[in-house]
Structures are given as C-alpha cells and as structure tokens.
Design a protein around this ligand. Sequence first.
Ligand code: FAD
Length: 475
Amino acid sequence: MSDGKQPDEPVADVPGRPGRDAVVIGGGLAGITAALALADAGIRVTLIEGRPRLGGLAFSFQRGELTVDNGQHVYLRCCTAYRWFLDRIEGTALAPLQDRLDVPVLDVDKPEGRRLGRLRRDALPVPLHLGRSLATYPHLSLAERAKVGRAALALKGLDLADPTLDTQDFGSWLTAHGQSARAVEALWDLVGVATLNAVAGDASLGLAAMVFKTGLLSDPGAADIGWARVPLGELHDRLARKALDSTGVRTEVRTRVTSISTDENGRWSVQVPGETLQADAVVLAVPQREAHDLLPAGALDAPEQLLDIGTAPILNVHVVYDRKVLNRPFFAALGTPVQWVFDRTDASGLREGQYLALSQSAAHDEIDEPVGALRERYLPELERLLPGTRGAEVMDFFVTRERTATFAPVPGVGRLRPGARTKAPGLYLAGAWTATGWPATMESAVRSGVSAADAALSALGRPRPSHLFEFEEAA
Ligand SMILES: Cc1cc2nc3c(=O)[nH]c(=O)nc-3n(C[C@H](O)[C@H](O)[C@H](O)COP(=O)(O)OP(=O)(O)OC[C@H]3O[C@@H](n4cnc5c(N)ncnc54)[C@H](O)[C@@H]3O)c2cc1C
C-alpha cells in the first residue's frame, strides 16, 4: 500500500491502530468521491474498480481516431456537488457552464416546415427569469403558455419533504394542473425526459418536483447547462486518477470484489482475487444489484428491496458527417424521435467533418434495435432537422447502449433507496441510486459519495475535511 499526501491532520502510522484503513468498492463518481473525501481526512484508502478504468457509467472509449463518450452527459449550475467534484479534480475549466440557460428547440412537425424556439433565461429574479422566454415560446399556444406558468407556480409550492409526492406520478399531476399533451411533450418532457430518464407518466412526482423546483424555480442561474468539452474519460478517469494518486489513494482497476465480511473484532475483510484487504470502514459504491449481492446478512432490514429498484436505458446514436451540418453546440428537437443533439467534433478529436451525438433517454423501445434499423430511422430524421445533412456523406454511424443507465424514477422508488448508513457498523452505501433526493445523475453520485464518507468519518471519529462539499441546510 502506498502512503501519500494527507492534507488534513495525517494519521500516525501505528500498526494495528484502529480507524486508519478504508476500502471503497466501485470507481464510479460515487466511489471516487468517497475515496477522495476519506483520504483528504487522513484515512488510508484503497479504491477497487472492476473495469479497466474509473468513471463508471460516465466514460469514454476509442473508436479509431475518435474518442467517444458512452453517452452525452450534461449538468446544471444547481449541481453544486458535481461542481465541487470538478473543482476537486481540477476539471472545472474543461466542463464550463453556459453564461445563461439557452436551449434551442427545433420543431419539425409544423405545416410551415422547421420552427426554432428557445428556452432561455433573463437576468430577472425567479420566476420572472423565464417569463419572457415562456411568453414567446412558439411551440405552445398562448393558452398553453399561461397554463404552464400556473402549473410552475403550483409546482413551486410543493413541499419536497412530503413523502406522498413520491406515491404519485408526474404525468397525472400535470394533467390535473391543466397541462395539455402538447405542453407535456414540448416543455415538461423536453426537460424531464433528459433529466429523469422517464416520461412524465412514468416518473415520481417527488423526483420531478425536485428537478423542476431546483433547476427552474430556485435560483435564476440554476438551470444553466454545463458539459465537458473534452472526453468524459479525461475528467472521470485521468484527472480523477491524478487527484486520487496525489492524495495517496491506492487505486486498483481490473479488480472485482467477490465478498466482504467482518471478523469478531468488527474489522472488515474485502476479498479480491489473490488478496484480502483489511479495513475499518468499507464504502460499497456499486450499482444496486451488485450491492445486494455483496451485502453481508443483516446489513439492511430489507435487502431484497434493492432488487425492486428498476433500471432505465439510454441510447446514444453517433453520426459522423464529412462536413459541418450544425452551427450550434446542441439543440433539442420536437416532432421527431430525435431528442437532444450535441456537436461532439472538438471533444472527440475529429479533424475533418462533424460528429453529432443524439442522446435518446427513456429508450425502452429502441435499446435493443439493430444498428441498421436505427440508422434507417435516424438519418432521415436528421435530414428533416438539419438541411445541411442532405448533401453530406455519412462517414460513420454507430450506437452506444446503456441498458441500466439510471434507476427507474417511478413512483414509489423513494422508499426503496437506502441511505449511506447500514446496520453493519463500518459498512456504508454510495451510488446515484441511494437516498440522495436526486434522480440518477452525476450530482446524485457525488452527493452519495460525500454522505458515505461523512458517515464513515463520524464513526471513525475523524474530522471532516474543511474543503469537502457542504450540504445545504434544508429549507
Ligand atoms: C448514457 C448515459 C447518459 C447519462 N447522462 C447523464 C447526464 O447527462 N447527466 C447526469 O448527471 N447523469 C447522467 N447519467 C447518469 C450518471 O452517469 C450516473 O448517475 C453516475 O455516473 C453514476 O455513478 P455511480 O458512481 O453512482 O455508479 P456507477 O457509475 O455505476 O459506478 C459503479 C462502479 O462500480 C463498479 N463495480 C461494480 N461491481 C464491482 C465489484 N464487485 N468490484 C469492483 N467494482 C465494481 C462498476 O464497474 C462501476 O464502475 C447518464 C448515464 C448514462 C449511462
């Protein structure tokens, strides 16, 4: 094991001294965060990741000269924990935020042809910051726009601490609040499907209210969008690894944990092929199904509930054209199966032509479709959306499929999500699927990692690192 820099109050290297060693299992954003937080507090940390790289569900791979993200990832200004994480790994400049929320929304299902609208904010206070944009949003009628405003105010009034919100679905709530099918499609689902990975009718009102209240109805800049201008692997693998190394974390990739258990003194043993790691604290930062399989008996009251947390897919369709066909960094689409389109050219290292990635959330119907069928569907749709594609040659077309991209944010999921603490002393849970209050996002993953580290540090009697992400006070 390597000893490295331990910023806050290093622990003396006394053999057998309790409270010194932690193992974090899973090198996604939750596990990386927990490992950094524990190491920053002077704990000696080993991070174990089964795959050859860190970053979990948000990663990159090489396809010829192209560096491809498994799926387009964005975050919002209100994602304060993920922004803290970017700072901690010195990646903030590589994933900047828009100055102001500005989403071009292109509708191709109009008699007059294509029509561009924009969802953008002003410098005015909430909720007026979106007032002008909503008042001129061309994809809704005047009456629909007025009703959207009223529903937004009703949403703002919901108490996120009310557990009954999680028993209702967002779609029914929208209907009950006067929202037409068109308003759901052109506004609520446009934002909701991308952030929740479910259409309104399949989404918990609690999670939807959380997203819309936090993103659109809290602070004027809360929904400004940020995304990586480099491959995700540059942030979540290379820079994360650099931060872990310089904090003294021992990181082992290509190493799967096969079991965890405690001895009679309450010390943990973490089994990996060829080695047993001893630890005073273990953070299990793996997906819910793997967590269920690794949890020792008695660690949760109802461990089988983890298996009831469903999953939802995201499909990304990647198209490389021989020329520039899109003049914006991204846009959202209506009247077509295409959802969000991003220009990935610079980030991927492509030197000629343009590389577009289509991010298709809640892709239950398409996730297993053959590439040929997807190609036949999406290339003509791109021609409808982007006239410049009509004479362009498609140099490459491929898809990436993440069948378990997120947990399914269905009504009732809230009571299935466990917190960081388990009933087994010294064993903690992390992962975007745990009880963070957020949908399955990078923000949720980082928050869960901080919560798990907080719980472990308090049990180990170690002070919290002064620069660790601070949770906001509940309103
Ligand atoms: C295509 C796609 C698009 C997305 N878009 C967005 C977006 O725009 N914005 C956003 O905020 N979020 C987005 N997300 C969600 C986001 O990526 C995840 O919520 C987040 O990365 C989850 O992090 P995690 O650490 O909780 O879990 P994971 O990333 O799943 O990490 C768990 C890790 O544990 C490892 N592991 C499992 N079992 C073992 C074992 N036995 N031993 C060792 N290691 C093990 C796994 O290999 C994995 O690396 C998207 C996800 C996908 C797939």
